[in-house]
Design a protein around this ligand. Structure first.
Ligand SMILES: Cc1cc2nc3c(=O)[nH]c(=O)nc-3n(C[C@H](O)[C@H](O)[C@H](O)COP(=O)(O)O)c2cc1C
Length: 400
């Protein structure tokens, strides 16, 4: 099914192109992970342990993929997860927002993203603004105010970050800003990446490495990545009262992202009244040694039931991964690296290409297991090996 030279057939191919096209430091920042990379690998490997149960006859003619997440109708159960990355593509999150909109889905926009929330919401009204707990309650109120005024359709609070920075394979070099001196220092890395350079040259600018959404108002100058990061590092972690307080100050749908324990999911739903939780370990970028998020999913989904929406992110690379997550209790999944590779490979078209691959993969998997709708898949469609799950914080499960 060959078409244009730019089209790619798998997320793996998008990944290869991203590795070839991006300067080494930018590529390493996307690859991310921490310490030994145990969680990073397990997120992907765990999906390989799950088998699918085939059905030869019985699949209906058409497939229902659409669903509703955080009040938004999405045309497939795949959303764009927020990622704070810089210098991947001059259009950055605007390209991602346009791609998500053209494929009928929603996106999370990171507070560490390179484009302002106002522009991203204009490109895709189904945008949820993601924030960390930075600077305490007064500062958080200003964050909410800006997201509200920009028209964000929901708020995502991400709490699973432990400032674990070391990587056995080496961390990327990230400059504070790009001036002539830094440009010269990075010249050898960039010299072998003419395509990347050309994109920025055509856009007539250098990557800025600023985080505009960390400014309290769109009129304020965008802080540097490290300036904002330092403020976050110095902020004491929030309490459950803070989480409930923040939720109470946001009128729309609210997601807590980074939940791995059933008891904490329950607390978020019952105590804080969140609309959704995302079972996530930050794509393996939080402390290393956490189990794959998909292993923790069944216990969280059982604990929450239908009192809130349960999403999963971490390790999704193909349509069958999406179906496996749905079969274990997720309403939808969010993707991180898969679309980042697509963005690096081909901008907006690359992200669309990734979403199309996932859609086609979900449809094939539904056909293969004999189901007509993403709402019908269940555990009966999977072979789950003994010992697969990690029932973190669940009665009789792992951990206290
Ligand atoms: C480079 C990179 C940056 C990320 N930045 C953020 C962020 O700013 N906020 C956030 O909530 N999650 C962030 N994440 C986590 C993603 O939202 C998501 O949880 C993760 O990428 C899912 O795993 P996957 O990459 O295997 O799909 C980041 C992930 C990566 C790879």
């Amino acid at each position: 099914m060959a078409s244009s030279r730019k089209w790619f057939e798998s997320v793996a191919e998008a990944h290869r192109r991203a590795r070839r096209r991006l300067p080494r430091s930018v590529y390493k920042a996307l690859l991310a992970g921490t310490e030994k990379g145990l969680t990073l690998r397990d997120n992907v490997a765990a999906f390989d342990e799950l088998g699918l149960v085939p059905r030869l006859v019985g699949a209906p003619g058409g497939f229902e993929l659409s669903t509703r997440v955080m009040g938004q109708e999405v045309s497939l159960p795949v959303l764009v997860s927020p990622t704070g990355v810089q210098a991947v593509h001059p259009e950055g999150e605007l390209a991602v927002a346009r791609a998500a909109a053209s494929r009928g889905t929603a996106m999370g926009l990171s507070s560490f993203a390179s484009k302002p929330v106002e522009e991203v919401v204009a490109a895709n009204p189904k945008t949820f603004f993601q924030t960390y707990w930075v600077g305490g309650r007064d500062r958080m109120l200003r964050v909410l105010e800006r997201a509200r005024e920009a028209g964000a359709a929901g708020l995502i609070l991400t709490l699973d970050w432990s400032f674990s920075h070391s990587r056995d394979w080496g961390s990327p070099r990230i400059p504070d800003k790009i001036d002539l001196r830094t440009a010269l220092r990075f010249a050898p890395e960039v010299a072998g990446r003419p395509g990347w350079l050309l994109r920025y040259a055509r856009a007539r600018r250098l990557p800025e490495l600023t985080v505009p959404n960390m400014a309290p108002s769109p009129k304020d100058p965008a802080p540097t990545f490290f300036g904002a990061y330092a403020e976050w590092m110095q902020t004491p972690p929030p309490t459950w009262e803070d989480v409930a307080w923040l939720r109470g100050r946001w009128e729309g749908p609210f997601m807590l992202k980074g939940v791995m324990r059933a008891d904490e999911a329950l607390r978020a739903v019952e105590g804080a009244g969140v609309t959704a939780v995302s079972v996530s370990n930050h794509g393996g970028n939080n402390i290393d040694g956490l189990p794959a998020s998909v292993r923790a999913l069944p216990a969280v989904a059982e604990a929450v039931g239908d009192r809130a929406e349960v999403l999963l992110d971490g390790g999704i690379r193909r349509g069958s991964d999406v179906v496996k997550a749905l079969a274990l209790g997720a309403r939808a999944v969010m993707i991180g690296r898969a679309y980042l590779w697509g963005l690096a490979a081909g901008g907006q078209a690359g992200v669309e290409n990734v979403l199309d691959i996932l859609r086609a993969g979900v449809e094939s998997t539904l056909r293969g297991v004999g189901k007509g709708s993403v709402h019908e898949v269940g555990r009966e469609d999977l072979v789950v090996p003994e010992g697969f799950e990690r029932r973190l914080g669940a009665p009789g499960g792992d951990g206290p």
